[in-house]
Ligand binder design. Structure first.
Ligand SMILES: [Zn+2]
Length: 72
């Protein structure tokens, strides 16, 4: 049953194929605190559902911004 919807691409997915930005707690950098602030600016909260492709996209842009503007 594809009953979960990705907030970004609006496609429907199986519940098991849906992710949230909480996934980013497990990456080494940037920190999850920084990550949450970044997504707060984008008006994305920790409970919003995304498909794997869209989560990867957000993972990449947040990492790119951090590397380019925030990393010392
Ligand atoms: Zn999506």
């Amino acid at each position: 049953m594809k009953n979960a919807q990705c907030k970004r691409c609006l496609n429907k997915f199986d519940e098991k194929e849906i992710y949230t930005i909480q996934q980013f707690q497990y990456r080494k950098s940037p920190s999850y605190e920084w990550t949450k602030e970044f997504f707060d600016i984008l008006k994305i909260d920790e409970w919003e559902s995304f498909c794997e492709a869209c989560l990867l996209y957000y993972g990449k842009i947040s990492s790119d911004v951090w590397l380019k503007y925030c990393k010392n």
